[in-house]
Design a protein around this ligand. Structure first.
Ligand SMILES: [Zn+2]
Length: 129
């Protein structure tokens, strides 16, 4: 199919069927166009995938020595969805508080850098379940 780049308006030939979703079209644009914004989006999406890997790493493979317990996979799903929204600049930051499991926060800086943090809140009891 053909489409105009969302950012620079250049006509692009995308290797996609006509009935592709808006999301698929945008993804293809990002990977096809060479304009500054498409390149910036490409870098942001690469950083987002790394942040999503970090979320899974920090939450599902929590080190027992650190006192952090693994979180529910549905919780990491929320954080991963939030990162997708950050790529679209619909969201800048999310903090998820879990009972006895501390907090998980993800932040996107204006420079396009993701920060993923997992913390035990001060004064929180470390009880076993
Ligand atoms: Zn473009």
């Amino acid at each position: 199919m053909t489409a105009e780049c969302k950012w620079c308006g250049q006509a692009l030939i995308l290797d996609l069927p006509e009935n592709s979703s808006e999301f698929e079209v945008e993804e293809a644009m990002v990977n096809t166009c060479n304009c500054v914004e498409a390149l910036r989006q490409r870098q942001l999406r690469t950083a987002a995938r790394e942040a999503q890997n970090n979320v899974r790493e920090l939450c599902l493979n929590a080190d027992p020595q650190s006192g952090l317990k693994p979180c529910d996979e549905r919780v990491t799903g929320i954080a991963e969805d939030a990162i997708d929204l950050m790529v679209q600049r619909t969201l800048n930051e999310i903090t998820i508080k879990m009972p006895n499991k501390g907090t998980l926060s993800v932040k996107l800086s204006s420079g396009g850098k993701f920060t993923v943090q997992r913390k035990i809140q001060r004064g929180q009891k470390r009880e076993s379940e």
